[in-house]
Ligand binder design. Structure first.
Ligand SMILES: [Zn+2]
Length: 501
């Protein structure tokens, strides 16, 4: 019987919380993003709040960890939440109320609870490098939108950005490219200027602590076996072409055939030692191991890779990819960590404990969910924030982008559960927006791509069922978030507010 009594008590507790202390409730004209589970006007508000900014906070373990209630109806501010994170998210809501009401707050009771435990945003600091201060501003923006994961893309063909003490050449050599492509892919014009930058381990620890203070988890990404030109330029013996081949840090964008040699045991040693240091810096449960866009043409010709295939009885090179990822996954499991990889890790088979990040549309995510793997949905159709925001980028004066067309409305309309049955839906752990930076050289430009599209993805991640119609959403962003963007000097894109699609 005990098992039945507990949920009953919980239900009673929650009912008590959601009533307005027996008082009358009424609709209230207030804009909150993401739109909360519920919001009612009740009781009296608070006059001249700034004169006495007294906030009473309370943890109620019966609530979900990030769930919160924000009350202003008793003449003071009260926050009740499942954890400190919930209290922090309630404070972000309070900032939105202050932004539109000033010092005199209306009497309200707001209840919210995120639909997804993983609400992420990714920043590519390799194609272009962003300073620690800029990365911290990125984290501030995530916190404002109640996004709780920062996916930090740290290694690429065009630059290795994470200091690794056991492999110093990764930053001595791998963090600098000779020059950078000018204009769009295929222009064949280069700027002739070396470009580089990296984060020391102390700096990365500082970022992790800064994020933790804002209830944001940093998940580092170390790419393997592809997007590895910078690693190979530093340590050419790890490539299939061997130590004498003049690998270089790439100066243009795209997918390159040079990948880590899966048949060389030193490759596994290298990855394990790199991950030792990464795990020391980043306490996150998940480590992102990349896995995307790794051509297998070199493996087909490499004696070491072919010998390993023969030894293991593999008939397809895809199985080499699977072997490498699984080896690394097991190593990380020994340290209590789990892997996330791009959806290509499904090729050649993947263990059930790997989380799949579906980026080539939603197909990979659907396939993974059907196999019982956990999934983060980040399809390029709805979540790639490096794409253009209007139909006529030139006419609307948009800065150069990689291409595509992802207006705010399409971010907002994203359905992370599309085509899934109930059992499969349970495997969708979250939603993420990605900012790839081939064509984004300044942090001002990052902000232009991120805002306000991140607000749309935040609302999808907090509560797809709490969404309003699109026009009402845009109106809420204008009231609740624009004043904060302006106050903080964020370079948001205004297209949607001017009716430009
Ligand atoms: Zn090889």
């Amino acid at each position: 019987m005990k098992i039945r009594i507990l949920p009953l008590l919980t239900a009673v507790a929650l009912t008590a919380l959601s009533a307005c202390d027996g008082g009358e409730t009424y609709p209230v004209d207030l804009s909150i993003v993401p739109n909360p589970v519920s919001m009612v006007g009740c009781g009296k508000g608070i006059v001249n709040y700034k004169a006495d900014p007294n906030i009473k906070t309370r943890i109620n373990k019966r609530l979900a960890p990030e769930e919160y209630y924000l009350d202003t109806h008793k003449g003071r501010i009260e926050i009740t939440a499942g954890s400190q994170a919930g209290i922090f998210w309630a404070r972000q809501t309070l900032a939105q109320i202050e932004a539109q009401c000033g010092e005199d707050l209306p009497g309200v009771r707001i209840h919210d609870k995120p639909a997804f435990p993983y609400r992420g945003a990714h920043l590519d600091c390799c194609r272009h490098f962003f300073t620690v201060d800029e990365v911290k501003t990125f984290i501030d923006i995530l916190a404002l939108h109640k996004i709780n994961v920062f996916h930090w893309h740290l290694t690429e063909d065009q630059g290795w950005r994470a200091e690794i003490k056991q492999y110093p050449r990764l930053t001595e050599v791998g963090s600098v490219r000779a020059e950078t492509l000018v204009g769009h892919y295929g222009s064949n014009q280069y700027d002739g200027t070396p470009y580089g930058g990296f984060y020391t381990q102390d700096e990365m620890r500082d970022v992790v602590a800064y994020a933790a203070d804002r209830f944001v988890t940093v998940i580092p990404e170390i790419e393997m076996p592809g997007h590895a030109s910078a690693a190979l330029a530093s340590y050419p013996e790890l490539g299939c072409r061997g130590a004498d081949y003049p690998y270089k840090v790439q100066t243009t964008w795209g997918v390159f055939p040079e990948v880590l040699c899966a048949g060389n045991p030193e490759t596994v040693t290298f990855l394990e030692k790199v991950l030792d240091e990464i795990c020391d810096i980043f306490p996150s449960e998940y480590i992102h191991i990349g896995g995307d866009e790794a051509p297998r043409t070199e493996w087909e010709k490499c004696p070491k890779c072919q010998a390993l295939m023969k030894e293991k009885g593999f008939t397809r090179e895809a199985e080499l990819q699977s072997y490498l990822i699984t080896t690394v996954e097991q190593y990380l499991a020994g340290k209590g960590r789990k892997i996330i990889g791009w959806d290509e890790i499904l090729d050649g088979g993947v263990s059930q404990s790997a989380t799949v990040m579906s980026w080539r549309g939603v197909k990979g995510g659907i396939a993974a969910a059907k196999m019982g793997n956990d999934v983060i949905m980040t399809p390029n159709s709805n979540c790639y924030l490096d794409h253009y925001q209007t139909k006529d980028p030139v006419g609307n004066g948009e800065p150069l982008a990689i291409g595509g067309y992802l207006p705010l409305a399409k971010c907002y309309a994203f359905d992370p559960y599309d085509q899934l049955n109930e059992e499969e839906k349970a495997h969708i752990k979250g939603v993420q927006g990605n900012v790839w930076t081939e064509y984004i050289a300044s942090f001002d430009h990052v902000e232009h791509m991120l805002l306000p599209r991140l607000a749309a993805l935040s609302e999808v991640a907090w509560g797809p069922d709490n969404r309003t119609d699109y026009d009402a959403f845009v109106g809420r962003v204008e009231k609740a978030l624009l004043p904060i963007y302006q106050d903080r000097g964020y370079n948001y894109a205004a297209y949607a507010f001017n009716g430009i699609e």
